[in-house]
Design a protein around this ligand. Structure first.
Ligand code: COA
Ligand code: MG
Length: 280
């Protein structure tokens, strides 16, 4: 699981040059909305070069253009040769689109002597259709590592004028539930666009974690520290989890499946959740 998935616009030379200094869990080289159509080809070449120079052990994804765009095929045929860890596909609406992407990746993997299935996919769910088909999309191919949520495009697509609290609650929750139903990792939440508002980012990220997301998409390096901190369990949470697991195991062995720790009832799912925190 990864907390920070940082976008770098594919045509920004200055940003690309410093890629190896960034403390993000995953870098996403963007070829979609941060690159204007006339620069798509140039960006593709720049990202191809950047991918060949990433440091060992780093995780690198490319956000290609959507499958209905005139750029999609060139994006993936060019970039498959550099063996990225995965691709982010924007505006995924259906399982069929995923099958097409899977088929093409398989061919490019073969052509480049890469292991079949080595390039994973993170579908970006950001349309009403994508939300309604989300379980099928999540289950469509073994390549799906996790789903990601694109709040800005989603609001545009379904005509939500402004996110005032609960408007995106259903979309966020269904992404988390669909990921579990498809046996994949928890999803990745949308970007927080106001990168000069650390308090707002903190509040929004605590909410994302509370929903069950594994982390979030990031647009600016100065957002990384806050997000990394929020998605890691706190010392208090770890200590509490340890107490719960120990008390539950002792009680279970003594024949009691429910007990209390610090005045709260503990049973199997609560003990399992505490184990998950310790595993993190
Ligand atoms: N990746 C890598 N480096 C980045 C970065 C990013 N996404 N955003 C900013 N930086 C670097 C800049 O190069 C600069 O480095 P320097 O101090 O060595 O010169 C430093 O961080 C400060 O940048 P700043 O001046 O605050 O930002 P900006 O005005 O140059 O850029 C954005 C602001 C929003 C345009 C920029 O952060 C960006 O392009 N983010 C990604 C956008 C994107 O990919 N959108 C599509 C997905 S939603
Ligand atoms: Mg988008």
């Amino acid at each position: 699981m990864n907390s920070t998935w940082l976008f770098i616009p594919g045509d920004k030379k200055k940003f690309l040059e410093k890629v190896n200094e960034l403390q993000a869990d995953v870098i996403i080289f963007d070829l979609e909305d941060s690159v204007v159509p006339k620069d798509k080809k140039k960006a593709r070449e720049m990202v191809e070069a950047a991918l060949r120079q990433t440091k060992p052990g780093s995780r690198n994804f490319v956000r290609v253009n959507d499958i209905h765009s005139p750029f999609f095929i060139d994006d993936i045929s060019t970039l498959a040769g550099t063996a990225p860890d995965g691709i982010v596909i924007p505006k995924v609406n259906t399982q069929d689109e995923m099958m097409i992407a899977d088929f093409l990746l398989r061919n490019y993997e073969k052509a480049n002597n890469l292991a079949i299935g080595s390039i994973s996919i993170v579908p970006l769910i950001e349309t009403g259709k994508g939300i309604m088909n989300v379980v099928d999309i999540a289950k469509s191919t073994k390549r799906v590592e996790a789903l990601a949520f694109g709040a800005e495009d989603y609001m545009l697509d379904v005509s939500i004028p402004k996110d005032e609290g609960n408007a995106l609650l259903y979309a966020r929750s269904i992404l988390v539930t669909a990921s579990s139903a498809a046996d994949i990792a928890p999803p990745i939440d949308s970007v927080y666009t106001d990168f000069n508002d650390p308090e707002g980012l903190k509040t929004a990220s605590l909410r994302s974690r509370g929903f069950g997301f594994q982390g979030r998409l990031v647009i600016h390096p100065k957002q990384l520290e806050t997000i990394n901190e929020i998605f890691a369990p706190t010392d208090y949470e770890i200590e509490e989890a340890r107490k719960i697991v120990e008390a539950y195991e002792t009680s279970f062995n003594d024949g009691d499946g429910a007990l209390q720790v610090n005045g709260k009832m503990i049973d199997a799912p609560i003990a399992e959740r505490a184990k998950k925190i310790l595993k993190m």
